[in-house]
Design a protein. Structure first.
Length: 320
């Protein structure tokens, strides 16, 4: 004798499931009602199972249109999500909760826009967290950073390479912080401009940042190339050769200067051309050496002028 299966549990579950899932469509309800009529308690249990399989396949293979918005309620809480297009321009998602939560990433085929005149705000739940972009940012319009907020290239304000902020309360000043050294790299991969963390600037050396820093040897500006400007003012290390006019200064005679030049081929107390080429020179030191020679030449000219006057007087006496 074959075992009989009543519909009290099995068909009730199936019918209630369809009625709940398609609450806004009449066709599944009709099919579920028809199914309950076809499954008689007197039928063989295997026949019941076969009929269920066939009917489930017929219903689930179809797409059903829902008229009006779809409401998804949390049982017993009254919280809801409403899905539906309220006009011809948008598909709408509504909820009575403060925000939506997605447990996985969101992928869109198109743009994410703010509605109407509202701003598009990207923010983290905790202010200590960061908004991370793992791809490039292609801005088609201006990017605004509010006052006292930072634009940071790095992991945080304590672990960064470059950061900039704007302070309206400090006379609209902007501040740029660098975590170490700042290399300006060109398309060839070399760096024609480097701002080093010690305050020195290297220009025109074209090093690569992987090669490390260029040795500035205590200088604040190192330039490989010419500098064009309208004025250069030296405020320290200025020439101080006025001691030449002191009464105790020993001025070499012209004969001594002549002998030195013939032997060494350069002026006394002036480096040779080879030394200039190998070591360069400081502008302040060079100006002092040149000024010293000008003052010495002035003393020579004064002395020669005295001798000329003496000769003129002597000639005048002879020709009387």
């Amino acid at each position: 004798m074959k075992t009989k299966l009543t519909l009290s549990a099995l068909t009730l579950v199936v019918i209630m499931g369809w009625n709940s899932a398609y609450a806004y469509d009449d066709e599944p309800k009709t099919q579920a009602s028809s199914l309950s009529n076809e499954l008689s308690p007197e039928k063989d249990s295997l026949a019941v199972v076969d009929t269920l399989k066939q009917k489930v396949s017929e219903i689930t293979d179809k797409d059903y249109n829902i008229t009006g918005p779809l409401f998804v309620n949390t049982a017993g809480s009254g919280y809801y999500i409403k899905i539906g297009a309220n006009n011809a321009d948008f598909g709408h998602f509504y909820t009575d909760r403060p925000r939506f939560y997605f447990s996985k990433g969101i992928t869109v085929n198109g743009s994410i826009q703010s509605y109407s005149t509202n701003d598009l705000i990207l923010e983290t739940y905790n202010s200590s967290n960061s908004i991370v972009m793992n791809s490039k940012l292609n801005a088609q319009n201006s990017i605004y950073i509010p006052t006292s907020k930072w634009f940071v290239l790095g992991n945080s304000l304590s672990d960064f390479g470059f950061a900039i902020t704007y302070r309206a309360d400090y006379n609209k000043r902007s501040y740029c912080d660098i975590g170490s050294d700042l290399f300006f790299r060109n398309s060839a991969g070399s760096c024609p401009l480097v701002l080093q963390s010690d305050g020195s600037v290297v220009m025109g050396i074209n090093t690569r940042y992987s090669e490390g820093l260029y040795p500035v040897n205590g200088h604040k500006l190192v330039v490989n190339g010419s500098i064009q400007c309208e004025k250069v003012r030296v405020i320290t290390d200025v020439p101080s050769a006025d001691y030449v006019f002191s009464s105790d200064y020993r001025l070499h005679s012209l004969e001594e200067v002549e002998n030195f030049i013939q032997e060494n081929h350069h002026l006394p107390n002036i480096p040779t051309a080879q030394e200039f080429s190998e070591n360069g020179y400081d502008i302040g030191t060079m100006d002092e050496m040149l000024l010293k020679k000008i003052e010495e030449q002035t003393l020579y000219i004064i002395e020669l002028n005295k001798r000329i006057k003496q000769l003129e007087n002597a000639i005048a006496e002879i020709t009387k």
